[in-house]
Design a protein around this ligand. Structure first.
Ligand SMILES: [Cu+2]
Length: 115
């Protein structure tokens, strides 16, 4: 009588253990994409390097290399500077390292360094 009860308890325990693994595995698999999207906030700052091809007021055109974080290929595009002061030390043809963030209607530089 005791032996049968013990065997039944073991079967029950192993059954519980097997069942509890399934939901855990599912939770791990579904939480990965949620974490990924959480790591791309809209105020993220991206960095790249490139060559200045033109400056007009507070806008600088940069032929920049790939930006993996944004899945951008190399391209030439305009960036806004917070003020023309940031662009005072660079000229067309300069190699630069820069950082930027997304803003309404474009991309705004957060730093610009002549290489
Ligand atoms: Cu670009």
């Amino acid at each position: 009588m005791n032996k049968i009860y013990f065997a039944g308890a073991l079967a029950l325990l192993s059954g519980v253990a097997a069942c509890s693994e399934q939901p855990n595995a599912n939770r791990e698999a579904t939480s990965a994409p949620a974490e990924q999207s959480a790591t791309v906030p809209t105020d993220a700052v991206y960095s790249a390097t490139g060559e200045v091809t033109g400056i007009a007021g507070e806008t600088v055109t940069i032929s920049h290399g790939p930006v993996p974080d944004l899945q951008w290929p190399a391209m030439t595009m305009e960036f806004r500077a917070p003020s023309s002061d940031m662009l005072a030390t660079v000229a067309a043809g300069d190699q630069v390292a820069f950082a930027f963030r997304q803003a309404d209607g474009g991309y705004v530089l957060t730093s610009l360094t002549k290489n």
